[in-house]
Design a protein around this ligand. Structure first.
Ligand SMILES: *Cc1c(COP(=O)(O)O)cnc(C)c1O
Length: 367
């Protein structure tokens, strides 16, 4: 039987193997194994599709943690402050908030986009809201210039978790990662631009925020042996930076491929038991293609029987995780219904357009 893997990272890397080997070799031969040219060039190249100041860091969670810590060090936030967060997200978004002793205020997503909408953010604001985190989940750009302006005029910070949506644009044409006061990128291997290991970046329009993030990520030092804050070691590895420069140069191709598969699924799947994701063009880079069904367990058995890989993002929302027992009593019915009904279909470079057409047919036979 033909198998359709959900994601095969070896297949994703294979077409770029020679370029990647050349990039890694460049780093080996340079004798510069922390920081240096590759990191600086990668930051410059990323800024073309992010905010102007980019700081490469160790991973996406660290990017988020460093952003909140930087705002605390800069006096823009203090421990205990309330941060609006989407209840439907990967747990890392929330970990960055609680790790800094900030208070997450869980807000239900819009049930069509599965993301926070401007309207549900506005409705959740209170006089003690100090920051809003939007997560461009599944590769769908959320928020708008109007939201950013409206928050800025009230002194509320806007932080973007852009781990899943590199290269997407909001409906009013702003790149995700260039909308708010700071954004976190993840280059975890499964993301649209993936390293061969862990990597991440912060981007921000504010040089003082970038400087603070860079210092925090480097033991808190602003120059050699001079420590202005109690920092960490969260630097971007130059080998990963060199690899990411190769990947970034192919981002348009990556996005085009994902959009083609999404188009095939969205036009090919015709099954009244399946709800398709809300269609969007430039707002969507399809980190995941997420369908919904009330009969998920049966659909999974059908996919398994036909060799189709799948995944669930995410079966347990953050407030239901054992580590967050203190939030377990929150009443978040939209988020809980999303967790019970979502299913992700293969949408990476390891799936061909023909595969996607066959997967759509297999799903159409589910009854
Ligand atoms: C992957 C991811 C992160 C964390 O990034 P890492 O690089 O894995 O630490 C944070 N938020 C979201 C929404 C993610 O998908």
């Amino acid at each position: 039987m033909k198998r359709y893997p959900f994601l095969d990272l070896g297949d994703v890397t294979a077409p770029l193997r020679d370029e990647i080997v050349a990039a890694v070799t460049r780093v080996i031969d340079s004798g510069r194994y922390v920081g240096g040219e590759e990191c600086a060039e990668f930051e410059k190249e990323l800024s073309a599709i992010a905010a102007p100041c980019c700081v490469g860091v160790s991973n996406g969670l660290d990017a988020l943690r460093l952003i909140f810590r930087a705002f605390i060090e800069l006096g823009r936030l203090k421990p205990g402050d309330k941060v609006i967060v989407p209840a439907n997200t990967y747990i890392a978004s929330i970990l960055a908030v609680t790790d800094n002793d900030l208070t997450p205020v869980f807000v239900e997503p819009d049930s069509d986009t599965l993301n926070l909408s401007d309207a549900n953010i506005e409705a959740a604001l209170t006089p003690d809201t100090k920051a809003v985190m939007i997560v461009h989940l599944y590769g769908r750009a959320t928020g708008s210039r109007q939201l950013a302006d409206s928050l800025r005029s009230r002194g509320i910070l806007l932080v973007e978790d852009n781990a899943q949506a590199i290269g997407a644009k909001t409906s009013d044409g702003v790149y995700t990662g260039a909308l708010g006061d700071a954004a976190a990128f993840s280059f975890y291997p499964t993301k649209n631009i993936g390293a061969i290991g862990d990597a991440g970046s912060v981007s921000t329009p504010w040089p003082e925020v970038a400087d603070m993030v860079r210092a925090l990520a480097n033991y808190g030092s602003d120059r050699r042996y001079h420590n202005i804050v109690e920092g960490y070691n969260c630097r971007l590895d130059p080998i990963q930076a060199a690899i990411l420069r190769v990947k970034l140069a192919h981002l348009d191709q990556e996005t085009r491929h994902r959009r083609e598969l999404a188009r095939i699924y969205s036009s090919g799947i015709r099954n009244k038991l399946i709800a398709l994701p809300l269609w969007a063009d430039s707002e969507m880079v399809w980190h995941q293609y997420v369908i919904r069904t009330d009969r998920r367990d049966e659909l999974i058995r059908h996919l398994d029987a036909n060799g189709v890989g799948w995944d669930i993002h995410y079966a347990t929302p953050p407030h239901r995780q054992p580590c967050y027992q203190r939030y377990a009593s929150l009443d978040l019915p939209v988020t809980e219904s999303i967790a019970k009904t979502v299913l992700s279909l293969p949408v990476s470079r390891s799936t061909s357009p023909d595969d996607a057409r066959r997967i759509a047919d297999i799903i159409n036979r589910f009854n």
